[in-house]
Design a protein. Structure first.
Length: 116
């Protein structure tokens, strides 16, 4: 398998409005893991009538190797999470410099880097 093309993040600045990118994802994807550690917000909007499960795979770095993170993207709602980059960032392989994210159903996804 070739390296994945990551879903890029939108970088926000203090006191500056910005239109964010929203992308529909229904299968595993890489989310850009370069930039501000501990400042990356994931938004998962679920317009369906059923809940979806989202899995963020444990990374392969020195702090990774633990368990995958799994949570519910509630039906008809938007779920937000900020992850520990040390646990979930990949440093090699197909998902290098990415977080590997797998939704169980189609979700609208935004990856946002908050101001430092």
């Amino acid at each position: 398998m070739a390296a994945v093309t990551p879903l890029e993040r939108d970088v926000l600045a203090l006191n500056v409005a910005k239109t964010i990118t929203i992308t529909s994802k229904s299968a595993a994807f890489g989310a850009d893991a370069q930039g501000g550690d501990y400042k990356v917000l994931f938004l998962f909007a679920n317009a369906a009538n059923t809940d979806a499960t989202v899995t963020i795979a444990a990374g392969d770095g020195p702090a990774g190797g633990g368990q995958d993170l799994q949570f519910t993207a509630t039906k008809s709602a938007t779920t937000a999470i900020v992850v520990d980059s040390g646990y979930f960032k990949n440093y090699a392989g197909d998902y290098k410099n990415c977080y590997k994210v797998t939704p169980s159903a189609a979700l609208s996804v935004s990856i946002i880097e908050l101001p430092q």
